[in-house]
Ligand binder design. Structure first.
Ligand SMILES: [Zn+2]
Length: 323
């Protein structure tokens, strides 16, 4: 957590390639000690009493606090706690998930790792997605474009073709915020599934996603009218009567929306249940915001780091890091 990307070293902090991965993570004990490093980079902190002394160690990665005799492993209280799937399989899934440029489907993961059931594979992916969004992450800043776009999905629980398929597709509205860099290029993004394009849903999204004081570019939608009352420098670009198409006046959101749609249709064949959309948006955001990561291994590191995050220690560290 305290390691900014600049000091993380490929081949020391995360595996260089699959061969090194196999070397490092030969068994669950090796995985546990790696997670211990990620969870307590400055040394063990007792989750129960806060004691910071080196713990007693017993077999199978169990640690015991010298002060209060608390016992647990590095996964206690995290999303990897009490899982029946071996940690090695979790690690391999994290590696596979972060090494595929566009992500993986539950079926793909099940096949590659030889996981017993589709449900297990799906549940693993789902848990990793939930780890992809850091609690307390910083808001976007500078110049930010905000807009909404519809995405189309079909319910994967219904195997349908032809005309029937058409009747079971649904559309969902996604709010999109994109940092615009000068002179060109895009920074980070935030996405959220919203029921409607009204102020009631879009304003909270912007307030949580964008730092006050930022320049916010929107179209002429009434929902954005009060932005300047909330501390933003608001630039409205009214399309009506303008000859500029959307990809000219709002290049950032236009680009992100089309990448998102392609990703949902390509990697996931559009088979996303509407109530799961938010976790897919989290995965897309995680990938997009780390698209320039030099090594896929660094993504693996970040994903596992976030998987062993727990409140409230985590939040304090994130706040201190401001990375
Ligand atoms: Zn303790």
């Amino acid at each position: 957590m305290s390691n900014p990307a600049s000091v993380l070293v490929c081949g020391r902090d995360y595996p260089r390639d699959w061969n090194q991965f196999l070397d490092w993570f030969a068994d669950d004990e090796a995985c546990l000690s790696y997670l211990e490093q990620l969870r307590w980079p400055e040394g063990f902190v007792c989750p129960r009493c806060g004691e910071e002394a080196e713990p007693y160690r017993s077999t199978r990665g169990r640690l015991m606090c010298r002060a209060c005799r608390y016992q647990g492993t590095a996964t206690a209280g995290t999303m990897l706690d009490k899982t029946r799937t071996p940690l090695r399989t979790w690690f391999a899934a994290a590696w596979y998930l972060t090494n595929q440029k566009h992500g993986v489907s539950a079926l793909g993961l099940q096949r590659v790792l030889g996981i017993g059931s589709y449900q297990t594979s799906w549940a693993m992916l789902h848990r990793f997605r939930s780890a992809m969004i850091r609690p307390g992450r910083e808001r976007l800043s500078g110049t930010v474009e905000v807009d909404e776009s519809y995405v189309w999905m079909r319910d994967p629980s219904k195997l349908l073709t032809g005309a029937k398929l058409k009747n079971h597709t649904s559309r969902s509205l996604v709010a999109i915020a994109v940092e615009i860099q000068a002179p060109k290029g895009f920074g980070r993004i935030r996405l959220r599934h919203v029921p409607r394009d009204s102020e009631r849903y879009l304003l909270p999204f912007i307030c949580e996603a964008v730092e006050p004081g930022s320049r916010v570019h929107t179209d002429g939608l009434a929902a954005y009218r009060s932005l300047s009352d909330h501390g933003y420098v608001h630039h409205r670009r009214v399309h009506l009567g303008s000859t500029d198409p959307a990809h000219v006046s709002m290049p950032g959101v236009h680009r992100v929306a089309s990448l998102l749609k392609r990703w949902l249709l390509g990697t996931h064949q559009g088979a996303v249940q509407p109530n799961q959309l938010d976790s897919y948006l989290d995965e897309f955001t995680f990938r997009f915001n780390r698209r320039t990561s030099r090594s896929r291994g660094l993504l693996f590191y970040r994903l596992l780091e976030q998987a062993v995050m727990t409140h409230p220690v985590t939040y304090r560290r994130i706040a201190a890091r401001k990375a």
